[in-house]
Design a protein around this ligand. Structure first.
Ligand SMILES: Nc1ncnc2c1ncn2[C@@H]1O[C@H](COP(=O)(O)OP(=O)(O)OP(=O)(O)O)[C@@H](O)[C@H]1O
Ligand SMILES: [Zn+2]
Length: 675
């Protein structure tokens, strides 16, 4: 069974990216920290599109050509048949050259000799021995006798068109491609021949986002206030000879609202907002990226004061030659250089401010951060409990909440969640309410949505009884050790309902947002992570594949304790595993590296021994949790502690009450949390 169990303590508290509820995440391992954050797309020519378009062009020209063929359907008929049509007064036009006669019929006829083809255009040969006075007959019938070859001319035009049409279409296609490239930066795809706008310029009117929509990151708003003030009245600053900041870097984990903040800045200041994603620049064909940057800045200058927002700046702004640098170096560097040149070219009075966002400020090229460029960095952190409450209030503005909803409690139970995740949580709860036909979103719906968001959606499989029992012991092992460990994060939920790739889940999150971790806490985390495997070992004397991700977690924590955080005496306070790249590149000797490996192994082994010892000593409590689990499948916080007979450590008081009024946006109080 390749299934894996996962648990709430899955992640490493490596840094601010840490999100405790993300149960399946592989912890940040120095070896893997190569910048593959999944967001980057490598530049590639879309061959599929090219092939598809060529096929379309071919088909198109084929169709058009055959249409002309139909129009050109000159049927060769015998002279006798022609004579019949003349006699029937059905010939409107003829053109004759020598003995060849071409012409058009008034009404369609069917050729008896030529495969019964219907025709109006015809051609025939007049036999030299024909004695009739054709011209006289035709003139007498009022038929137009032309000197210009009507049919042939039309045929010629058709032939020319069908010969040149594919070429015309191809040219059109290239023009279109080129325009698309040009407009791609802003995502405004100008269609076929459509003079697509060159970059996505959101008119000031359409940027409706203001600071009222951004919550929980007040300290960031304060820093950005200055920029809003400047953009509102750049002349006032210019008159005093004050130079405005040119570039501001917004750094922080994904989903913390960097894009939102940039839009809100434009919205507050009432200035146009140009946005582009850096990865789009390097997807372009060589040379276009830099040109697009030039145009982008040019457009912004024209309508200044304005904001240019460049998302994912790290994709082009990585330190040159650094590891994981992506794409054609040329393109990346040209684009970066162009941005730097543009920013250097600011005289300071243009009123154009460049905001850039990144999840990885540490990998940026120092050249980007020099004075006159992005010389200001604003850190956007994951919100704390009060911030989460404020964000929840913003996102529930339009959601009808039931009386019993306590957003404060929701905020407390979601440590580590970002604004984007909280928005998603609210939406999941509203979706649940809609699906059940409820009028209001209740607290219980919030809990269910949280469970889905934190643990993943339940899978509909029936587990064999022995497997279920083993899973219950595995999860109970995690939970019990988490509860026994002093100072460990409280256990929030434990479940043996299979979800995603996991057979069961144990979730534990801290009461207060944690920012730093000591050795004891980390060791406790490793003990807890190994608790599942240890429980299976103690009770069934087996090792199963279910512990794979637990081993990943514990190994990663141990590695970082030894190699990054100086928590091993033998290795000492040195960083062996760099934040990025190969440890060997950091210049440590093989001897040092093998000492570190041994230390990692020692820590994990000690923790494993501690886990089995503790579980043996508390076998009764383990069994009690398992019984409760097998009965109820999912236990929440009070139930787990009750089953184990352990008192839950007291939550710090007064955490939210104080800041609640402070950060609650005015006007949102009415539909805020009950109480
Ligand atoms: N502080 C916040 N207040 C209110 N809503 C927020 C906040 N932070 C994030 N959100 C919600 O999450 C959504 C996504 O946020 P946004 O795209 O701005 O994050 P980001 O930091 O730019 O992420 P990424 O780094 O992935 O681009 C926003 O549209 C908003 O609905
Ligand atoms: Zn486990």
């Amino acid at each position: 069974m390749a299934e894996q169990r996962k648990r709430g303590e899955g992640d490493t508290p490596a840094d601010q990216h840490w999100r405790p509820w993300r149960t399946e995440g592989v912890p940040e391992d120095p070896e893997r920290a190569d910048g593959s954050d999944g967001k980057r797309r490598s530049p590639k020519i879309k061959w599929r599109n090219v092939l598809l378009t060529m096929l379309l062009v071919y088909l198109g020209s084929f169709l058009v050509a055959s249409w002309f063929d139909v129009r050109n359907d000159v049927v060769t008929i015998p002279y006798t048949e022609f004579n019949q049509q003349v006699a029937a007064r059905n010939v409107t036009e003829v053109y004759a050259k020598g003995d060849t006669i071409q012409g058009e019929l008034r009404e369609q006829a069917t050729s008896a000799t030529n495969e019964n083809r219907a025709y109006t255009l015809f051609q025939t040969e007049r036999p030299t021995f024909a004695q009739d006075n054709l011209l006289a007959t035709l003139e007498q019938q009022g038929t137009i006798v032309r000197a210009t070859p009507v049919v042939e001319q039309r045929g010629l035009l058709g032939n020319m068109l069908s010969a040149f049409l594919p070429i015309l279409l191809l040219i059109a296609f290239y023009v279109w491609m080129f325009r698309r490239q040009q407009s791609m930066m802003g995502g405004a795809g100008g269609g076929l021949f459509g003079g697509g706008r060159k970059s996505k310029l959101v008119d000031p009117e359409t940027v409706r986002v203001t600071f009222a929509d951004v919550a929980g990151i007040d300290e960031v708003e304060d820093q950005i206030d200055e920029i809003v003030d400047y953009l509102r009245d750049p002349d006032r600053y210019a008159a005093l000879g004050a130079r405005a900041p040119r570039g501001v870097l917004l750094a922080g984990p994904p989903g913390t609202g960097k894009t939102l903040l940039a839009r809100a800045t434009a919205g507050e200041a009432g200035v146009p907002f140009f946005s582009a994603s850096a990865s789009e620049f390097i997807e372009m064909i060589v040379g276009v990226g830099a040109q697009r940057v030039r145009e982008l800045f040019g457009e912004a200058r024209k309508v200044a004061p304005a904001i240019i927002f460049i998302d994912e700046i790290d994709t082009i702004g990585r330190a040159r030659g650094g590891p994981g640098a992506l794409g054609g170096h040329d393109e990346r560097e040209q684009t970066l250089n162009q941005i730097l040149t543009e920013m250097d070219g600011f005289s300071g009075s243009e009123g154009v401010i460049v905001l850039a966002a990144t999840n990885r400020a540490e990998v940026l090229d120092p050249a980007l951060l020099r004075p006159g460029r992005f010389d200001r960095t604003i850190m956007v952190h994951s919100p704390d409990a009060a911030g989460r409450l404020a964000i929840l209030m913003v996102h529930t503005r339009e959601v009808p909440l039931a009386e019993d909803v306590d957003l404060g409690a929701v905020a407390l139970s979601t440590p580590g969640m970002t604004g984007a995740e909280l928005a998603n949580l609210v939406n999941e709860a509203a979706l649940l309410a809609a699906r059940r036909g409820e009028k209001f979103v209740t607290q219980s719906l919030f809990s269910q949505a949280l469970e889905k968001v934190q643990l993943g959606a339940a899978r509909n499989v029936v587990m064999p009884e022995d497997e279920r029992r083993r899973t219950a012991y595995h999860e109970a092992g995690h939970a019990l050790l988490g509860m026994l460990q002093p100072g460990a994060d409280p256990v929030r939920k434990i479940s043996i309902i299979p979800r995603g790739r996991a057979l069961g889940v144990t979730l534990s999150t801290p009461d207060v947002d944690r920012y730093g971790y000591d050795r004891e806490y980390l060791r406790g985390r490793i003990v807890g992570a190994l608790g599942g495997m240890a429980a299976e070992d103690v009770v069934f004397d087996v090792v199963t594949t279910g512990a794979e991700s637990d081993l990943q977690t514990s190994t990663a924590i141990a590695r970082q304790m030894v190699g990054r955080w100086g928590m091993s005496e033998k290795v000492g306070p040195v960083q062996i595993y760099p934040a990025e790249g190969d440890p060997r590149a950091a210049g440590f000797s093989d001897e040092m590296l093998s000492i570190a490996d041994a230390e990692v192994r020692r820590i994990v082994e000690e923790c494993y021994a501690e886990a089995t010892t503790k579980l043996r000593a508390h076998h009764g409590q383990l069994d009690a949790i398992v019984e409760a689990l097998l009965k109820k499948e999912t236990l929440d916080e009070p139930e787990v502690y009750a089953a184990a007979g352990i008192e839950r450590p007291p939550a710090p008081v007064g955490l939210l009450q104080v800041s609640q009024q402070e950060s609650a946006p005015a006007g949102a109080a009415g539909d805020g949390p009950a109480g």
